[in-house]
Design a protein around this ligand. Sequence first.
Ligand SMILES: Cc1cc2nc3c(=O)[nH]c(=O)nc-3n(C[C@H](O)[C@H](O)[C@H](O)COP(=O)(O)OP(=O)(O)OC[C@H]3O[C@@H](n4cnc5c(N)ncnc54)[C@H](O)[C@@H]3O)c2cc1C
Length: 434
Amino acid sequence: MIGSGLAGGLLAAYLGRQGYDVDLYERRADPREGNIVGGRSINLAISTRGIHALERIGIADEALQHAIPMRGRMIHDKSGVLHFSPYDVDPQKCINSIGRAALNTTVIEAAQRYPNVRVHFNHKCVDVDLDTPTVQLETEHGQLAVRSDAVIGVDGAFSAVRKSMQQKIGNFQYDESYLPHGYKELTIPPGPDGSWCMEKNALHIWPRKSFMMIALPNPDGSFTCTLFWEFEGARSFVTTKTDEDVRQFFEEEFPDAVPLMPTLLEDFRHNPTGSLVTIRCAPWFYGDKVCLLGDAAHAVVPFYGQGMNAAFEDCVVMDECLERFPNNRERAFAEYFSRRKENADALAALAIGNFIEMRDKTASKTFRAKKKLDHLLEAALPGIYLPLYTMVTFTRLPYAVAARRARVQDLLVYVSLIGIVAVLVGTTVWFVGR
Ligand SMILES: Cc1cc2nc3c(=O)[nH]c(=O)nc-3n(C[C@H](O)[C@H](O)[C@H](O)COP(=O)(O)OP(=O)(O)OC[C@H]3O[C@@H](n4cnc5c(N)ncnc54)[C@H](O)[C@@H]3O)c2cc1C
């Protein structure tokens, strides 16, 4: 396996349990040595799909012990007024803010409990010969070629394994599309007594139409804020060069956050600006020799908080397929691909759609009314009406099924509303006419 990120560690644990002999090669140093994922999000939201995947191997409690439940969105408008919008009609349903480094360590340690799993840090994959299959690795001591029965690429959005497939499989389909927005992480430190300076159990959003900032709580009392903003344009990352530009932008757009961000200028200057990419490719496997999983197969933008959850769900499906076809790996890979591809594509579209919802619509009264209506219908029609966010976040319904079901529900709600309005207008006209 290539890549001991979130999905790599978890899949290695599943494969170790099934008795496979696994060598997991990771280009970075051991995250336990504190050298973690520079430039990626410090914390993430984990929900039902991800938790289920951790439960499957008995590490959910361990992973979630320091996670912070977030029960809804806390919307900050420009005047500092707050609106809380719960994620679900059931207050127990929440998403959880979890540290990437701690979760990564938990899954790697789960894999290392199996003596047949070996993790090799500081090994960077530079090429894969698909037919043999042989992986070329760069290490501190020079190049190394490792031959194996199969190679699984869990090496993230800029996967070297996928690149080899792209170069060597004639009809490999590949599409990458970047948003015009980038992201930058900033910090709200803990208060003087180590407590949280804003509501702890919420995902904070400052929606500003074409851009937004969000903040997720950390166990040490801090919040990690992420600014999603255009790379280019009149007001953008490119044009905001000086400390004064940054201060002015934040004071205009996020005035209630500024007093809570004493290191804003340093953070803005020093933290990298990441890009946001959607990657679609096919096929995800090459015979019984090579397979892709997680972001390597389907990177999505982070606005549904589902990239890792989906990568963990891939691990579950791969585990099931290998269990089902223990003597036919090609069939297992093919089955895994056919079960996941449509869902990964559906999630990619949902994630882009949710950016528009978060940065623009959450600020509007109509959005809040629609959420209330959603929750009303969910309570009135239990098990029949499920809001899209609920299906994606709090169930394990395949993403494509959730998206289709939401479209039908929306159509029925709009038709019913039009019907009700028509009846009301008709009745009024009839009364007035009498
Ligand atoms: C800003 C941001 C916020 C996010 N928020 C959320 C969220 O709230 N909820 C959620 O579910 N998802 C979220 N995601 C998505 C989530 O981070 C990814 O979907 C998830 O990390 C995918 O896991 P992975 O194991 O496939 O890839 P990764 O976690 O990227 O791991 C890939 C691993 O492979 C290693 N690697 C890469 N290349 C090589 C190579 N050539 N040789 C050897 N090793 C290599 C890397 O070092 C890394 O350790 C967010 C993403 C971003 C960018």
